[in-house]
Design a protein around this ligand. Sequence first.
Ligand code: GLY
Length: 579
Amino acid sequence: MKNIKVIGVFSFFFLFLGCNHHKPQVLIAGHPDEIDISSTHYAQGKHFAIATQGVQTSDVAKTIIEQGGNIVDAAVAVSFAISVERPQSTGIGGGGFMLIHLAKENKSYAVDFRERAPFQAYKDMYLDKNGDVIEGKSWTGIHSVAVPGLIAGLFEIHEKFGKLPWPAVVAPAITLAKQGVVVTDHLSESITAKQDELLKYPLAKQRFFTSDGKALPKKSILQQPELAQTLEAIAKHGKDGFYKGWVAQATVAQSQKLGGMLTHKDLTSYEVQWRTPVKGQFEGQTILSMPPPSSGGIHVVQILKAAQPFLHKEKGAMDPDNIHYTALAMQHAFADRAKYLGDSDHVEVPMQGLLDPAYISDIQKRIKSGQTPAMQVSHIDPFTFESNDTTHFSMIDAEGNAIASTQTINGRMGSGVIVDQAGYLLNNEMDDFSAQPGTPNAFRLVSGEANAVAPGKRPLSSMSPTLVLRDGKPFLSLGAAGGPTIITQVTQALLHVIDERMGIQDALAAPRLHHQWRPDVVRCEKTMPADIVALLQAKGHTLEMSDHLGVSQGVQFDPVTGRFTAAHDPRIPGLAAGR
Ligand code: GLY
């Protein structure tokens, strides 16, 4: 397996099979970054292991642990670092969720630092006078911006559980912002994709483009000195360094200049929510995941449970029947998502009901009888935008602590609005609301009244940071990026690891499928074997082939060796690390 050049991820997947305990040396030819899988995508550790989407970021975790920090210090430092290294996916202008399991207390926390709508936001703010959705208004520019929650979340998490001083966990990100990060293909492409908006702001023009107005090319260095100053204010003043003081002044001034809604009250009154994780038993293991305002936890568990009796684990992941029934369970879950899910602080979400055995058995009956879920929708948008934004990292340590965290500014480069002087990008999370019930958003997701815009409300998310406990101890930490495919990526990885006993790196490499009810298509990665594609079509599915569906990271504990295996998705660059 040494330095084998493999054309295409499909062949790569098969080379990877059976390599659970070896460190494969594989280069993906033709991949824009010609990744050396051995040094980046797979690592083992006796003390801890981590997988992130940031090559420089995973090293930050190691440094923090070496400095005597605990897993929470490392997770907070990683969150800051990845926001500098992947400004296209996450940032201090965004938000996210973190699942934390602490061995000492034998307790798990679901921390919600999701962005929320400004107080001036209102239900029909994305509709014109005829009641039609104004294209792009919730996606680009200042009107797409929700109140950032990342800094409040990281600060509270660290205040509660961190060991190192706060400035120490912000410091590595300050260094990265000053010294610069290496521009990846994805960052360069993301800048190009959002250039029309970015070029409106002199600071974005200065930082993200070359002097002749082109997006920074791959392998160039992105330095963010203004962001470094903002991070220094946060290091010095804690969350007040962001929600008050000169950074807040700059944020509100930028919003006002552009006719946006952000006020000082929006910033100072932002609240982190500590929630109870969604819990489900599956094959004797406890799945813990994110409750509303994420739809992730409920639907990961719902899909697993609804599909369970139809799956023949002995036939393996590539069995057409297994794939068919998994797709149907996804379809039913996403129909429920559209109807029932929203921010549970604002609307009633039937959390228990959706996971009740009687309700799951009803879904199974509907699947068996070939019924497909129906709900009136105004139209299905043929919009084919594919997004791999958002970022996830997973960590487990030898003390029995585990963290899974997914963070985002939503679309690539968020709203495209950079805050003058403060040098950070604002999110476009308002697009995760239902601008108009039944009308798909940028992810072609349909949602309903439960997810309508309201002041102070959090938009519905698909982010699904997930922990699996076996005998009460962390066995798996898992999560993904990629809009609604996050839910189906996490579900499939769980099925592969728990049901089919794959190692985490094989589970993440396996070809993926995705069904989100509307549009009524099964999306398949092109690596899906052709005979299976044909069999799925024969079963009546409309298939849409994708280059790849999302990006996942995971860490798995092996009770036999006592080691942790960290795996980063082989589809794109990132870094798995361990010690
Ligand atoms: N912004 C993507 C999500 O939260 O699902």
